[in-house]
Ligand binder design. Structure first.
Ligand code: UD1
Ligand code: UDP
Length: 381
């Protein structure tokens, strides 16, 4: 009989990064995939299911407008508890560091169901930055029985916390997803109305995403002000900012962008047009985790608007630069790239440190070995 592996996800980035794993499980002779959505995000999650041909078996539909962390955590824990009691999978697979990940893992632990953690071992070593993600991934590492580490540094981070058993170096599944998408994407099918007044041929387009909780308020305002100054200084630039559905982020950015015809705010883009926008942009400014990994894969320079990053690998290779959230600094670093061709070329001539597009296969191989050979019920912690 096939072993039953439940993949649980709730947000847009988890969906993108678990899609390759769901498909690889479906191709296994020994495993059955059960797909569960917490739907911590609703629209932003649903949009990618069709592209990756994923049909959920269970949809807990938990998102509420302006949800607090505690409310969301409580809903995920209760709903997962009921579902696990009913379904009793052999393994639960989660990805990353969201409230869904931390809480679904805890629910699995309460049922003594082992957990496989995709993208394990990322650390900033600062408990409030990113918040609450640094603690979510640490707690998930304590609970997980299988740790799929995307890079050597992630393996080392786990080892430094005493986690050495069942740690598998896999690469990051986001590379599987973005390469698959870039291969299948047909530019002629992209609906250009989604980009508002953006003209990729006429302007150098700065693609921006920013949504992190630790940047809310002054941080996001500084980012928006910096973008306004940059476009004023460079008439050949436009800013494309697909803004997160979270109303807290929108309320800050909208008034700062208002009335400027080259600062373009649009709804969050579906994954395919977003990948297209990354390909067509001149450079990317972001506080996102996933975008930091995708940009080097697509050979785009990426400026990371955060004070630290759990993804220092691309900073080390030179494909990314950590520029903080100080308004003047964002302007200085962006202007440098807009003005200095050599610096720009240097950033795009690097090797992508996050994977080769085969992470999901390695993950599934390790799951098979764990469930079929190692017999998890007799393993120690
Ligand atoms: C969450 C994750 C964060 C991840 C981000 C990816 C936590 C604590 N945070 O942050 O790690 O980087 O997702 O984007 O898990 N909303 C909608 N529709 C959607 C999605 C969100 O309306 O499709 C609005 C809702 O009002 C919701 C709010 O955004 O309450 C916040 O969503 P939530 O998942 O709590 O936090 P994010 O900031 O999205
Ligand atoms: N993304 C998208 N549409 C957008 C912005 C981002 O599809 O308008 C994708 C992006 O390519 C990446 C993922 O969403 O795969 C990152 O999600 P997000 O930045 O919300 O979360 P994080 O990675 O910071 O947790």
């Amino acid at each position: 009989m096939k072993k039953r592996v439940m993949c649980v996800f709730g947000t847009r980035p988890e969906g993108v990064k678990l899609a390759p794993v769901v498909h690889a499980i479906k191709q296994s002779k020994h495993l059955e995939a059960i797909v569960t959505l917490t739907a911590q995000h609703r629209e932003m999650l649903d949009q990618m299911l069709a592209w990756f041909s994923i049909k959920p078996d269970h949809d807990l539909d938990l998102m509420r407008p302006r949800q607090t962390l505690a409310e969301l955590t409580a809903r995920v824990l209760t709903a997962m508890d009921k579902l696990l009691l009913k379904t009793q999978p052999d393994l639960l697979v989660v990805q990353g560091d969201t409230a869904t990940v931390m809480t679904a893992s805890l629910a699995a632990f309460y049922h003594k169901i082992p957990v496989g953690h995709v993208e394990a071992g990322l650390r900033t070593n600062d408990r409030y930055n990113p918040f609450p993600e640094e603690m979510a991934r640490r707690q998930t590492s304590r609970i997980a029985s299988l740790h799929f580490a995307p890079t050597k540094l992630a393996v080392q981070n786990l080892a430094s916390e005493g986690i050495t058993e069942n740690v598998i170096l896999t690469g990051n599944t986001v590379i599987d997803a973005v390469l698959d998408t870039a291969n299948r994407l047909k530019p002629k099918d992209i609906d250009h109305k989604l980009f508002g007044k953006i003209n990729f041929e006429k302007y150098r387009v700065l693609l921006v995403t920013a949504h992190r909780r630790e940047n809310w308020g002054a941080g996001i305002a500084d980012i928006a002000e910096a973008l306004r100054r940059i476009t004023d200084q460079f008439p050949d630039t436009q800013v494309l900012y697909p803004i997160h559905k979270n109303p807290v982020v929108r309320e800050t950015v909208e008034p700062i962008f208002a009335g400027h015809d080259r600062l373009i705010l649009v709804e969050p883009l579906d994954y395919v047009p977003f990948v297209y926008a990354m390909q067509k942009s001149f450079l990317i400014l972001t506080d996102s985790g996933g975008v930091q990994e995708e940009a080097p894969t697509l050979k785009k320079p990426v400026l990371v608007m955060r004070t630290n990053t759990e993804r220092p690998e691309a900073v080390e290779t030179g494909a990314a630069k950590l520029i903080g959230i100080n308004q003047d600094n964002i302007v200085i670093e962006t202007v440098k790239l807009l003005s200095d061709k050599k610096e720009y070329e240097r950033m795009i001539s690097t090797v992508n440190p996050y994977g080769d597009g085969h992470a999901a296969e390695r993950i599934v191989q390790a799951i098979e070995e764990y469930l079929l050979v190692k017999q998890p019920s007799v393993l120690s912690v």
